[in-house]
Design a protein around this ligand. Structure first.
Ligand SMILES: [Zn+2]
Length: 157
């Protein structure tokens, strides 16, 4: 990618995100390593977001609103800004776009959501996990609470 100001061919990517208007376009903020000017490029990925394959094998188009709703449901009444949900959704979409996958299993998306929730809010993570992992016994909850507890213990130390 050549710098539009000085023509230098080495640029550093400062930030990449999926364009909010067009989900198949990745917007990158770049910095020229020679003249230090900043510019933005829009890259269209050859593939759009992958189709989503459900547990029963049915395939449907990727649905960003559905993903946002899962976050909103898990984070209901939790002190989390909507902007943080948006960023989490963007990170997942970006990951899926860049992966170049044509199909993705719902379980895989579920795991990505869990990873994001784990960072955002532990209560929401627990809520989502209980539905997603189909908890049936109190022991299931105890196990995941221990997992969360051990993780935060690791971070503190
Ligand atoms: Zn330059």
């Amino acid at each position: 990618m050549k710098c539009p100001f000085c023509g230098h061919s080495d640029t550093q990517v400062l930030d990449s995100r999926v364009s909010s208007e067009e989900a198949d376009t990745v917007r990158r903020r770049r910095r020229c390593l020679s003249c230090d000017k900043r510019f933005t490029t829009y890259e269209r990925v050859g593939l759009a977001l992958p189709s989503v394959v459900k547990r029963n094998g049915n395939c449907s188009d990727y649905d960003g609103i559905k993903l946002r709703n899962s976050f909103a449901l898990a984070l209901r009444k939790r002190p989390i800004d909507l902007k943080e949900i948006d960023s989490a959704v963007v990170r997942i979409e970006e990951f899926l776009l860049i992966s170049g996958l044509r199909e993705v299993q719902t379980q895989h998306i579920g795991k990505l959501v869990m990873n994001e929730l784990k960072k955002l809010d532990q209560v929401a993570y627990l809520r989502y996990a209980s539905v997603y992992k189909n908890f049936e016994t109190v022991k299931d909850f105890i196990n995941i609470i221990e997992e969360i507890h051990n993780d935060s213990f690791k971070i503190e130390n």
